[in-house]
Design a protein around this ligand. Structure first.
Ligand SMILES: *Cc1c(COP(=O)(O)O)cnc(C)c1O
Length: 333
């Protein structure tokens, strides 16, 4: 089905590779495993937000914006990719950053994504003790207006119905790739946090009439907000692309139990997953999202969730720049 023509600003190297993980499959004695390399989207070390930003920046430019504002944690990959996208589009970029994760080593506070945000020319606004990211976004937006700028606010993780369009197209890209390589996919597994990636994939599979299942691994230890977010973004995205309600709209598949103490806090299974994937496949996962998502996939395989003749695609959504911020806690001792 053809999609409506949404404003799009090209940022990503597409299609991203679809790579077989044969040594990891053997080690786990599990189903056929592939990885969709969305860590290789190419924009300032890549990641899943680049696909979303093609449509968000497209919308911003279409509305005559001169500046973008977004929010996240100090080690946010979304924020880093937004800074790069804004640079390429010639837009000013302001960031509302908080420090929710209870790690305060100097590498965490200065290196990794936060170093890159500043290198990419963005202005960082760290939340004060009595501020929330939302209140900083409101304040910076009105300051920019009073300076004659036209600000465009991008939500956390770029997860709204516009950003999710990037993953509607990613679903199509993946199905085409699989088709060309004669691979029949049963299941896609990805990290889920702000939910736009999973929402876009669900809507994308539905509009392609595909019955590939999409499971998100909760990386935050979420209490239900994630389900609501994914349902909400999927519904609004479906409306935008003219997709009629269907079986896809029933509750999203979310696998819980791999988040440990919460967002950004490493777990034993995350460290195992990062080290296994690095040493068996030469691929770098990240310490916040894909490490926990791979721990989830490994846990599902070990508990017999898949038959060995099934084919699973893991979405590598990026994030490796944060490894440097976690340098003191990712090696297996
Ligand atoms: C943001 C992010 C995710 C989560 O994607 P959502 O669309 O927010 O659910 C997964 N992996 C990485 C590396 C990310 O930066």
């Amino acid at each position: 089905m053809t999609l409506p023509d949404f404003p799009r600003f090209r940022l990503a190297h597409l299609p991203t590779p679809l790579e077989r993980l044969e040594r990891l499959r053997k080690h786990l004695n599990g189903p056929r495993l592939f990885m969709k390399r969305d860590d290789c989207t190419g924009l300032a070390l890549g990641g899943n937000k680049t696909r979303k930003l093609e449509f968000l920046i497209g919308d911003a430019l279409n509305r005559g914006a001169t500046a973008v504002i977004t929010e996240g944690g100090v080690q946010s990959n979304h924020v880093r990719q937004t800074a790069a996208a804004a640079a390429k589009a010639g837009l000013k970029c302001h960031l509302a950053l908080d420090h929710r994760v209870p790690i305060d080593t100097s590498i965490y506070c200065e290196s990794g994504n936060f170093l890159l945000d500043r290198l990419l020319g963005a202005t960082a606004h760290l939340c004060g003790p009595n501020e929330t990211r939302a209140s900083v976004v409101t304040r910076v937006t009105s300051d920019l207006r009073s300076q004659g700028e036209v600000p465009y606010v991008i939500p956390t993780g770029g997860s709204n119905e516009i950003g999710a369009l990037g993953y509607v197209l990613a679903a199509r890209e993946l199905l085409q790739q699989a088709n060309e390589a004669d691979i029949s996919i049963d299941h896609v597994v990805a990290a889920a946090s702000s939910g736009g990636t999973q929402a876009g994939l669900i809507a994308g599979m539905a509009i392609e009439n595909s019955d590939v299942l999409v499971t998100g691994i909760d990386v935050e230890g979420d209490d239900g907000a994630l389900t609501f977010e994914i349902e909400n973004v999927t519904e609004r995205c479906a409306e935008r692309i003219g997709l009629a309600a269907g079986p896809w709209s029933s509750s999203p598949r979310i696998e819980r139990g791999y988040a440990g103490e919460g967002y950004g806090i490493p777990t034993v299974s995350l460290i195992e997953a990062i080290n296994l994937t690095a040493t068996l496949e030469g691929i770098l996962l990240d310490p916040v999202y894909t490490g926990k998502a791979m721990a989830g996939l490994i846990g599902m395989i070990r508990s017999g969730a898949f038959a060995t003749d099934q084919t699973i695609v893991f979405i590598h959504s990026g994030g490796a720049p944060a490894l440097f911020a976690y340098a003191d806690r990712v090696l297996e001792s």
